[in-house]
Structures are given as C-alpha cells and as structure tokens.
Write a protein that binds this ligand. Structure first.
Ligand code: C5P
Length: 290
C-alpha cells in the first residue's frame, strides 16, 4: 500500500493479492474456517483519494459497486470513528481496477487503504499494528495488507506473520467475467483428512526457488469453487495448457493465475491466451509481486 499527500488530498494505492498456498484446516464454531495461507501482494491497484469533509461520503468509478453502508470502505471508516471517537468526516473517491468477487481481495485492500488513509487525514497517529488488529473485525483478509508484500496468514486469515520475498514473482492473471461468492465456496469445501503443511512452499519462497514454488502451489478451495462454478475447471485447464511454471486459483476464485519464470514467459503465456479471450469473456493481466 503506497500513500502520498498532495495539497488537500491523500491518495492511497491499494494492491491486490494472490494466494500461493491455501489449506483449510477445519470448520469453527463461529461458522468460519481455520485456514493457513501464503499471500503475496501484486502490482494491480485500486486508488482511493481522501479529502476532509463534514460528512463521510463515497463515490466509485464502477457503478455496479454499492456505495452504501455495506461497502467495506465505509465500514472501515465507521470502524475507525468508533474505535477512536473521531468525529471528522471525509469525501472518499474509489477508482476500481481490481476485479470484484475474484479472489484478489479487492474489497479488503480498499478497507485497509481506508484505515491507512483516514488515519493520516484525521491525524490519529495509530500504528500499522493497531490498524491491522482492528481491521480483522470487518474482514479476514484485511490485516494482511498492513504486512504486505508477503505473509503467512492463519486463523480466519487475520493472524499475519510477514514472510521474506527475496525476488519478484511474475504472474499472468486470467480473470473470468463472473465472480464467485466466498461463503458458497467455503460451504462446498471438503475438509482434508490430513491437511498439507505450507512448510515446503514457505522454504521455497525464502530460497527464491521458483520451480519448487510452482510445484508446491496449492489451494484447497479450487475444487469447491469448480463445484459452485464448473467453468473454473475449464479455465484452469486452459491456463495450465500454456505450460507456465505453475498455475492455481487465487483465494475463493474466480481468478486463476499462472506463476511464470520471468516477465518474458508471462508475456508468452498472455499471448497464448489472447485468442481465446473474446469467446470465453475473460481478461488477462500480466503482473508481478510488489
Ligand atoms: O472474512 P470475510 O468477510 O472475508 O469472509 C467472508 C465469508 O467467507 C465468511 O462469512 C465465511 O462464510 C467465509 N470464510 C470462511 N472462513 C474463512 C474466511 C471466510 O468460512 N477463514
């Protein structure tokens, strides 16, 4: 998350994420699932612009997104007011580029950016650790963004241990035109008798060993997402057929990503997908870790 202050505006660039590993460990009494996941932030950004105002207001470049109190940006702003007693308002503009309901944590990163941006705008002087810890109350993926670019996340996803990212990783994202409901995917997950540990992929990441990372990519939610939306399986095969180092679904979908050996290889993979984009209505994005 990058923050700049210019004249009256605070602008925050809010990155998306992908999951290199996601194991579901069990169902919890509160309805959530305990998970263990390795997340990395990528160079695909929403932009949020904050300015002082009497009221809290939100406008968005994407008319399909609600700008009502259910929007995570306004939930984050209200949470910050409640926790600090701050009575100030803000006008917030959100420029949406991260696909929604796509497993890229677009809403979560916007919420994290809101906490960081308003903390600065309102002069609250909360630490990143304080912002991260309050953010878990409104979404499991939000605390990660205070510890990006790479972290090992457990609990609901909100317990975050930063990880070393010694080299940038190159990706191609295949973003279908449809989103997938996260609760629906979790409802369809088959709990593993023997959960896979993420030790090996964490070690491969720390050693910058892309071939091993590629072999160890794992997402327990991918089969569940394919049950909810069978086209996920077709897209996964289409991506694997381009023979990148590895490929996987991100989060609860619908985005699939290819992990590539280099930017050149990512360009090749994207070019191989291009002829199928129109017929299958997906977008292709070349990106890399932050
Ligand atoms: O925390 P967040 O609002 O992102 O979660 C959305 C939904 O995804 C939850 O209501 C729950 O159904 C499911 N979920 C889960 N276990 C997690 C994270 C999310 O079951 N660790």
């Amino acid at each position: 998350m990058h923050l700049t202050h210019y004249l009256d505006d605070i602008t925050v660039w809010a990155p998306a994420k992908v999951n290199l590993f996601l194991e579901v460990l069990g169902k919890r009494p509160d309805g959530y699932h305990d998970i263990a996941t390795l997340m990395v932030a990528i160079r695909l950004y929403d932009t949020l612009i904050f300015r002082k105002a009497n009221e809290l207001t939100l406008t968005c470049s994407d008319q399909s997104l609600s700008v009502g109190s259910d929007n995570l940006v306004l939930k984050a702003a209200r949470l910050l007011q409640q926790r600090t007693g701050c009575k100030q308002g803000a006008s917030i503009r959100l420029i949406k580029r991260i696909p929604m309901a796509a497993g890229l944590a677009g809403g979560s990163t916007d919420a994290a950016a809101t906490l960081a941006g308003l903390n600065q705008l309102w002069g609250l002087k909360l630490s990143n650790a304080e912002l991260a810890s309050m953010s878990g109350a409104i979404g499991s993926d939000i605390p990660f963004f205070f510890h990006a670019p790479a972290a090992w996340c457990t609990g609901r996803g909100e317990i975050v241990a930063p990880a070393n990212l010694p080299i940038p990783l190159d990706f191609v994202l295949l973003c279908p035109s449809f989103g997938i409901s996260t609760p629906a995917v979790y409802q369809n997950v088959t709990l593993p008798a023997q959960p896979i540990t993420g030790e090996a992929i964490r070690e491969a990441l720390s050693k910058a060993d892309v071939d091993s990372i590629a072999k160890l990519l794992h997402n327990r939610l991918e089969d569940a997402a394919a049950k909810v939306e069978p086209r996920i399986g077709d897209f996964a095969k289409m991506l694997a057929d381009t023979k990148p180092a590895g490929s996987l679904m991100s989060g609860s979908g619908s985005t699939l990503f290819a992990l590539c050996q280099s930017h050149e290889d990512a360009t090749r993979v994207a070019a191989e997908l291009a002829p199928q984009m129109k017929a299958h209505k997906f977008r292709v994005i070349i990106t890399r870790t932050e």
